[in-house]
Design a protein around this ligand. Structure first.
Ligand SMILES: Nc1nc2c(ncn2[C@@H]2O[C@H](COP(=O)(O)OP(=O)(O)OP(=O)(O)O)[C@@H](O)[C@H]2O)c(=O)[nH]1
Ligand SMILES: [Mg+2]
Length: 395
């Protein structure tokens, strides 16, 4: 028995190569796509090929006693040949051991699931067919910044629903485009505006430096205070960055709402007591929390000291790469965010970040921010708008 790997443009071709080389009895142990071009790689276990013979000039001097032993005669050329193949013998012996182990594994574990494996392979080839037909949609998603794995997931869901085998091929792309929009809409949750009393009256804005926490807080505070007539107070916990207290205070003055610094659990608790009658308390936090675990821990204690439920909005910018988005989702996870808020959608044409971050965090999207102007440049997140941004289609 031997294990071999074959690569081809299609699953059919790879399976043909496998059968040719290892016979019809070959056992497929894995089949997968290896690149964006759709190259398929099949790994299979099959019968050993006929044993390799030494070149003709050495053959007369080599006496074979078993398949694994080769004895040299006194012929110096045969001795030379034996020396050459000595390392190969060890390798062959260890490969034999490996194949024996694999055979055992095959008997015990793989064979019972062999028919499942065949079905999986058939399924995979169907999926590849789907991926080829819907290839343009996949490329569009990836070009817009959707992580390839997530884009593939969406396309597969569309393909599954479309039932490619039954559909009229000419209509596939048109139908698929509509289905794709529906799938995106289904998989992203939005939560509407933050309304005090709707679960919480305390809202914290957390996220990395410069993502737009203070500016967004000011936009939300303005909406609540000026448009909704609510009694709002701004609390800052950010005494790390020079100027941050002044920035938040300045916004509070412009909007005409009270402002307080609370950078310790006691001051936080007292701030909440002072503004016990306020409709909403908006808490600004330091960007340094992203790279500093100790700051995150302190912040967690501070939010805990509020003594009431805090709706934590995790801010991330549409301009960040998937790796940055993943790091943000992971580091700020310890603050138990309940919403994700996406800033700076005006600064990029690649809206994939909207989908990536919603899927990575599994959190509902609260707001999208669209520029630097306070209070204008903020929108309550709506599914149709997100789908429109992601698919480039009209709202
Ligand atoms: N283009 C654009 N700029 C924005 C948006 N939101 C905020 N900004 C800008 O981003 C910069 C940083 O905003 P801040 O609100 O100070 O960011 P922060 O997260 O509080 O920063 P730190 O307090 O340093 O952590 C400012 O210049 C804002 O005007 C947005 O939606 N679009
Ligand atoms: Mg700030």
């Amino acid at each position: 028995m031997q294990t071999r790997t074959f690569r081809a443009k299609t699953m059919g071709e790879a399976l043909r190569m496998t059968r040719q080389a290892l016979g019809a009895e070959a056992l497929i142990v894995s089949a997968r796509n290896v690149d964006e071009a759709g190259t398929v790689e099949v790994t299979a276990v099959g019968k050993e090929p006929p044993p390799m013979r030494p070149p003709a000039q050495f053959a007369a001097g080599v006496k074979s006693t078993s398949t694994s032993t080769v004895e040299a005669t006194a012929d110096p050329s045969a001795e030379h040949w034996n020396k050459q193949i000595e390392p190969l013998r060890d390798e062959i012996a260890s490969l034999r051991r490996m194949v024996r182990d694999m055979q055992r594994l095959t008997d015990e574990a793989i064979l019972p699931g062999f028919s499942d494996l065949r079905n999986l392979i058939l399924e995979t080839s169907r999926e590849q067919e789907g991926a080829r037909v819907l290839g343009p949609l996949y490329t569009e998603l990836v070009d817009r910044g959707v992580i390839p794995d997530l884009a593939r997931g969406l396309i597969r869901a569309v393909e599954l629903q479309l039932g490619l085998s039954n559909a009229d091929q000419r209509d596939w792309l048109v139908q698929a485009r509509g289905l794709l929009r529906a799938k995106i809409a289904e998989s992203i949750e939005v939560c509407g505006p933050s309304v005090p009393g709707d679960g919480a009256r305390t809202f914290a804005f957390v996220g990395p430096s410069g993502v737009g926490k203070t500016t967004t807080l000011a936009k939300v505070a303005s909406r609540m205070s000026l448009s909704e007539g609510m009694e709002v107070a701004i609390v800052t916990t950010d005494t790390y960055r020079i100027g941050s207290v002044d920035q938040a205070r300045r916004y509070a003055e412009l909007i005409g709402v009270p402002f307080v610094v609370a950078d310790r659990p006691e001051t936080m608790a007292s701030a909440l007591r002072t503004y016990a009658s306020a409709d909403a308390l908006l808490i600004d936090t330091p960007g340094r929390a992203f790279e500093n675990e100790e700051v995150r821990r302190q912040l967690r204690d501070l939010l805990g000291a509020a003594g009431e439920p805090v709706e934590v909005h995790l801010l991330t910018a549409a301009t960040y790469s998937p790796a940055q988005q993943a790091a943000i989702a992971s580091r700020f996870g310890s603050l138990d965010p309940t919403r994700v808020l996406i800033t700076k959608i005006d600064e990029t044409l690649e809206m994939g970040a909207l989908y990536n971050i919603a899927k990575m965090t599994g959190l509902p999207v609260s707001y999208l921010t669209t520029g630097q102007r306070v209070p204008e440049d903020i929108e309550v997140a709506r599914t149709a708008r997100i789908v429109q941004l992601l698919s480039g289609a009209a709202d």
